[in-house]
Design a protein around this ligand. Structure first.
Ligand SMILES: [Fe+2]
Length: 200
């Protein structure tokens, strides 16, 4: 961890999305700010333990617990930033067939439609977490993954290309819990494909 690094919550202008209400986004930004604050608080407390240059035996339990919690909060902060960044008003549609993302999806999955079926399928999985499309920087291949909570399932070294929050708080004001597929359709109608092409 980095005890001296203070994170500042970013702001996003996402009002007027299709199928994801401004109320949902306002509530979601507040939750995100909570992850930023918790990341800073945990880093500061861990920094306090490290300040004398050692972790005493009696500090070990607290140090371990704070460090484990940091993985949850830090990933929660970062994934929300990718998520908010990959949406925009009047986004969506299918990506341009000549775009970097479209070509990468075709190369990796055989077709864009298969990539989309896989990504959407992961988003519909039961449980609390995220659907993330990653790019392997070595092979350039895309692959889709289920992330439990925020921290379990992320592939070390892979770069997130498309990040979709499927915690219930992402859609509960707009859809019933059983209607997650409707939220996923709404999410797809707001994707900023330019951002994905830049990430690639
Ligand atoms: Fe969220």
């Amino acid at each position: 961890m980095q005890p001296n690094k203070k994170h500042t919550a970013k702001t996003y202008d996402l009002s007027g999305l299709s199928g994801i209400s401004d109320e949902t986004l306002e509530m979601h930004f507040k939750l995100y700010e909570g992850y930023v604050k918790a990341t800073n608080d945990l880093s500061e407390r861990i920094g306090g333990i490290l300040a004398d240059g050692k972790v005493d035996q009696e500090e070990m339990r607290a140090y371990s617990e704070l460090t484990r919690r940091l993985g949850f909060e830090y990933n929660g902060m970062v994934l929300h930033e990718y998520y908010f960044e990959n949406m925009k008003r009047q986004g969506g549609g299918d990506p341009d067939r000549t775009s970097s993302f479209y070509k990468a999806a075709e190369l990796s999955f055989g077709s864009y439609d298969i990539w989309k079926t896989d990504f959407m399928g992961i988003g519909k999985m039961r449980g609390v977490g995220w659907a993330v499309c990653y790019r392997n920087p070595e092979t350039k291949a895309l692959s889709n993954h289920w992330i439990s909570l925020h921290e379990t399932g992320n592939i070390a070294g892979f770069r997130p290309v498309l990040v979709m929050d499927v915690w219930e708080h992402a859609y509960l004001l707009d859809y019933k819990p059983a209607d997650r597929p409707k939220y996923i359709e709404a999410f797809f109608s707001n994707i900023d494909w330019d951002v994905l092409n830049k990430r690639i």
